[in-house]
Design a protein around this ligand. Structure first.
Ligand code: TYD
Ligand code: MG
Length: 455
């Protein structure tokens, strides 16, 4: 029999290489290539169909399944992001930049779980018990029945958990855990994968909800192979700008509920406080609006969120004028500038353009296009939009405005916060006006001509 040929596969993108190398040519990731034995060289070459297997029971799609049981963590914002509470026997990964507040959030969740009479074990691989205790003291959570361990050896952790069988177990962080069956160092792809696998298996077997903390790489992804994200049931990201006190918990994957849901927190001297009405927080003082400032009626998950978009346009002394964006996509700004120029003749050549989403939140929705175009025009023409007006709509390359989803809930949120007018694309399906005065526009030329008198 021919000697089995080993090959090397990237754990990130799956590309197969003949030789090991530090960097995958396929996806450019570092340290993701691992040796594996290809299937054809395995012990049995015969086709699987010929082998005798066990017949698997097939069932119809329409069986009645009860919804998964849930336990509320007591932190409303966290429960909302999880889709209505924590599911037993599930694994959740919480990622985020260092220092953003993951340990704080999870300690608070652990404490509030324990207060509800459930058993909680908090395993810290990063901090000594004294440090975690100090944090608990500062957060005034020392009196809760959370049980604490500072350990990185996963074998010991699992033995302890098997004995305790807690309702909730928090592992902070997955990158510090190691198993002795894998030779590489803690934090390496192989270790992270093995540890996440063991912990997920434990969760399914015993019925514990396991929450793993994961570090993110410079590119903002959870460090270690993407397979960890596939392994767990729910992936949450905890994000925020260093200079701002707002923190956003975002579901990017959820097997038990909607993804894209967000929870908003505020980092205070006494830990994370839940923010029930984030729109009010992200909006500054609207009594005396400045040119370039526009309120965008956005949507985060199922939740309407009003944010202020600010633009500044100033004569440039550079041969290549500056385009600076905070909280929005830079490429999309270039696109809107190009559409304005091509479809209405309003140019920004020779002008520096700065765009900022206030409050440190990141807007990813194309529905913000119209608000951005408005902010740019308002800054360029030095014209102020009505203070109590919200704007939303997507811009296509032809200059036409496209309707966006859930226009009604955007309008309702605006009305709730005291806004009296809204600017939106003409084609929007509206159930009602929510009491707002509506200005419906067909295209960007109407915006520039009718609203700003330019072009
Ligand atoms: P931490 O939870 O340790 O972050 P992570 O686990 O994501 O690395 O949070 C660290 C930051 O939070 C630290 O810079 C201090 C700040 N913080 C507060 O502002 N208030 C508090 O009550 C606590 C506990 C932390
Ligand atoms: Mg931490």
């Amino acid at each position: 029999m021919a000697k089995p040929v080993t090959q090397f596969a990237c754990t990130s993108c799956g590309a197969v290489h003949k030789k090991w190398s530090g960097r995958c040519d396929g996806c450019g990731a570092w340290n993701t290539i691992q040796e594996e034995v290809p299937l054809s060289a395995g012990p049995s070459k015969q086709s699987l169909g010929a082998a005798k297997g066990r017949k698997v029971a097939l069932v119809a799609l329409d069986g009645q399944e009860p919804p998964p049981p849930r336990t509320l963590s007591g932190l409303d914002e966290l429960d909302r992001v999880l889709g209505g509470g924590l599911v037993p026997a599930s694994a959740t990964l919480v990622g985020g930049d260092p220092g953003i507040g993951k340990s704080t959030l999870l300690l608070q969740a652990a404490a509030s779980f324990a207060r509800a009479g459930r058993s909680v074990v908090y395993v810290s691989g990063e901090e000594a018990t004294a440090q975690v205790r100090m944090r608990a003291q500062r957060l005034k959570l020392s009196d809760t029945a959370v049980r604490l361990a500072a350990e990185t050896n996963l074998r010991d952790v699992l033995t302890t958990l098997e004995a305790e069988k807690p309702d909730l177990c928090i592992v902070d962080s997955i990158q510090t855990m190691w198993v002795d069956t894998v030779e590489s160092a803690p934090g390496s792809v192989a270790q992270v994968r093995a540890c996440a696998h063991e912990l997920t298996r434990f969760a399914k077997k015993v019925g514990t909800s396991v929450i793993l903390v994961g570090h993110v790489t410079k590119e903002g992804q959870i460090a270690g192979p993407r397979v960890v994200e596939h392994m767990v049931d729910t992936v949450l990201y905890f994000e925020g700008e260093r200079g701002h006190q707002f923190r956003i918990l975002r579901a990017v994957k959820n097997r038990f509920g909607p993804a894209d849901e967000i929870g908003v927190f505020e980092m205070t001297g006494a830990g994370l406080a839940e923010v029930a009405n984030p729109s009010a927080l992200f909006l500054g003082d609207r009594d005396s609006p400045a040119p370039g400032s526009v309120v965008f009626a956005g949507l985060e998950g199922t939740r309407p969120l009003l944010v202020e978009i600010q633009a500044l346009v100033a004569p440039s002394s550079l041969s290549q004028p500056r385009r600076a964006v905070v909280g929005w996509d830079g490429a999309r700004l270039s696109m809107i500038l190009a559409v304005l120029e091509a479809r209405t003749g309003v140019g920004f050549a020779g002008l520096d353009v700065y765009l900022n989403v206030a409050g440190g939140i990141r807007v990813g929705e194309p529905a913000a296009d119209l608000a951005v175009a408005c902010a740019l025009m308002s800054a360029r023409e030095d014209a102020v939009l009505p203070a109590r007006m919200v704007v939303f709509g997507e811009l296509s390359l032809s200059g036409a405005l496209r309707p966006v989803a859930q226009a009604d809930s955007r309008l309702k949120e605006a009305a709730k916060l005291g806004f009296t007018a809204a600017m939106a694309p003409k084609g929007c399906k509206l159930g009602g006006t929510a009491g707002l005065e509506l200005k419906l526009l067909p295209d960007v030329a109407t915006l520039v001509g009718d609203v700003f008198g330019a072009g």
